[in-house]
Design a protein around this ligand. Structure first.
Ligand code: SF4
Length: 443
C-alpha cells in the first residue's frame, strides 16, 4: 500500500473508532429508558393481538383488525428482518415485548437452572416448525382469533419459561432456547454490521453460563458469535476496562469467517427445515396440484368409509369460520400438515445434496482442479520467479487454491493448524470441513 493509501486507511479506521465510541455513549445514555420502551411495546402488543379478537364485530372493528393485520405482517415482520442485517437482534433486546416479559417474570420466578432438553440446539427449530404449521392450519394471516391464539400462546409460553428457568439476574431463557424466531434472527444476525466484542477476550471460543450479566447466558469474555446476543447493551460500559465494546464490521464478515465464529449444525438444519416448511406453507395455497391431491385423497377416503375425514375439527387446531365461508375439515388439516412436512423433507434432501456437492467441489477445486486452470498456472509460475525460496508453494496456494470467501486471517489460521511449512498439501482442508457434521463437531 502506498503512503497516501496508508494514511487514508488510518484516518478512516480512526473515524470509525470515534463513531463507535459515540454510539456507545448514546446507548449508555438511553439505556435507562429501555424498560419504558419495553412496557410501551408490551401494552401495544397486547392491544394489537387481543383487541381485534374480542371486540364485537362492526365496520370499525373490522377496520381495526385490518390495520392490526397490516401492522403485524406488512410492517413488523419485514422491518424486524431488515433490522437484523444492520443491527443484529436489536429488536429482541430493545423492543420485543415477549423477551422483556419473560425477563420481568424471571426476576420474581423460580430461577431454576435451564434443563438439558431446553438447552438442546434443536428446541428452537421444533418451536419454529410447530408455530409455522399451526399458523397455517388456523389461518393466522386472516383471522384475529388465530393471531390471538398463536401470538398469545407464544407470550404465555415465554412467561412460563421465564418464570421457571434462568438463574441469576434477569435471564431470558426464552430468547436463547425457545423463541420460534430467535434462531432465525440469530442466524441472520451473523450478517449484521454491528457487533459487540470483548475488550479483553479469553481464548477458547464461546461458552454458556447462567452466572454472568448477560440475559442470554453468553460467557462475555469468550463471545465470538452474534447469534445469541439480543443487543440489550447492558454489557457495554465504556468507563470500565472490561465488558464488551461496539464494533462496526463489513456485512457478512462473520459468515465469511464462520469457522472462527462457532458454527453449529443446528443452524444448517434450521436453514434447510425452516426454508422447506415455509415454502410448503406458501405452495399449498397456490399450486393446483395441491387441490388435485385433496380431491383424490378425499374421494379415496370416502370410498373406504373414512367419513370422519370430511368433518370439521376444533377451532384451535384448524380454520372454522362459517361466517367467512371457510371451514377446514380433518382432510384439510392432515393434508396441509403432511404437505408442509413433505415439502420440508424434500427441500432438505435437495439442499443437503447441493450443499454436499458444493462442499465436495470446493474441496476438489481447492485440492487440484483449479490449480490446473490457465490463469492459476500462469499466476503461480510468475510467483515462482520471485526470490523467496518458498514462493512455489505459496504462489500455487495463493493463485489456485485459496478459497475466494476465505480471508487472510482464516487462511493463515489454516496454515498455523497444519504446520509452518505452508506447503500446498498441508493447507488444503477436505471438503468435509464444510459439511454440517464437521461443523457440528467443531462447535
Ligand atoms: S452480549 Fe451484551 S448486549 Fe448481547 S445479550 Fe449479552 S449482555 Fe446483552
Amino acid at each position: 500500500m502506498s503512503a497516501g493509501g496508508g494514511t487514508v486507511a488510518l484516518a478512516s479506521s480512526s473515524a470509525i473508532r470515534t463513531l463507535t465510541r459515540r454510539l456507545e455513549a448514546v446507548v449508555v445514555r438511553f439505556r435507562p429508558f429501555f424498560p419504558f420502551i419495553h412496557a410501551a411495546m408490551a401494552v401495544f402488543f397486547v392491544a394489537l393481538i387481543v383487541g381485534p379478537a374480542i371486540l364485537p364485530q362492526s365496520a370499525l372493528t373490522q377496520r381495526v383488525a385490518g390495520a392490526a393485520n397490516w401492522l403485524i405482517w406488512g410492517l413488523w415482520f419485514p422491518l424486524v428482518f431488515l433490522s437484523v442485517i444492520f443491527t443484529g437482534r436489536s429488536w429482541c433486546g430493545t423492543l420485543c415485548p415477549m423477551g422483556a416479559a419473560s425477563e420481568w417474570v424471571n426476576r420474581v420466578g423460580l430461577k431454576r437452572p435451564v434443563p438439558g432438553w431446553l438447552r438442546w440446539e434443536g428446541t428452537p427449530i421444533v418451536s419454529f416448525l410447530l408455530v409455522t404449521i399451526l399458523g397455517q392450519t388456523v389461518g393466522v394471516r386472516d383471522y384475529p382469533g388465530a393471531i390471538l391464539e398463536v401470538f398469545g400462546g407464544t407470550l404465555i409460553a415465554a412467561l412460563t419459561i421465564g418464570f421457571v428457568y434462568g438463574r441469576g439476574r434477569e435471564k431470558r431463557a426464552w430468547c436463547r432456547h425457545v423463541c420460534p424466531i430467535g434462531l432465525l434472527l440469530g442466524v441472520f444476525s451473523r450478517l449484521g454490521i454491528v457487533d459487540l466484542v470483548p475488550k479483553r477476550p479469553v481464548a477458547g471460543g464461546d461458552a454458556y453460563t447462567e452466572r454472568g450479566l448477560c440475559p442470554t447466558m453468553i460467557d462475555l469474555k469468550r463471545k465470538t458469535e452474534s447469534r445469541h446476543c439480543v443487543m440489550c447493551m447492558r454489557c457495554v460500559q465504556p468507563e470500565r476496562a472490561g465488558g464488551l465494546q461496539l464494533r462496526l464490521r463489513p456485512p457478512g464478515e462473520e459468515v465469511a469467517e464462520i469457522d472462527r465464529h462457532h458454527p453449529t449444525a443446528a443452524e444448517v438444519w434450521f436453514l434447510y427445515l425452516g426454508t422447506g416448511v415455509s415454502l410448503g406453507g406458501f405452495l399449498w395455497l397456490v399450486l393446483p396440484q395441491y387441490q388435485w391431491l385433496r380431491q383424490t385423497i378425499g374421494a379415496w377416503a370416502i370410498d373406504h368409509g373414512w367419513d370422519w375425514i370430511g368433518e370439521s375439527g376444533p377451532s384451535w387446531l384448524m380454520v372454522v369460520h362459517p361466517e367467512a365461508r371457510e371451514v377446514f375439515v380433518w382432510l384439510d388439516f392432515l393434508l396441509i400438515v403432511g404437505w408442509m412436512v413433505g415439502v420440508m423433507l424434500a427441500l432438505t434432501v435437495i439442499l443437503a445434496a447441493l450443499n454436499a456437492l458444493t462442499a465436495w467441489l470446493a474441496g476438489w477445486l481447492r485440492a487440484g482442479g483449479r490449480a490446473w486452470s490457465p490463469a492459476a498456472i500462469s499466476r503461480a509460475s510468475s510467483r515462482n520467479h520471485s526470490s523467496d525460496g518458498n514462493a512455489t508453494a505459496r504462489g500455487t496456494a495463493a493463485a489456485g487454491l485459496a478459497k475466494p470467501w476465505r480471508t487472510a486471517s482464516s487462511a493463515s489460521s489454516a496454515r498455523t493448524r497444519s504446520g509452518a511449512s505452508g506447503s500446498r498439501k498441508s493447507t488444503v482442508p477436505s471438503a468435509m470441513e464444510y459439511a454440517p457434521a464437521a461443523m457440528s463437531s467443531s462447535a
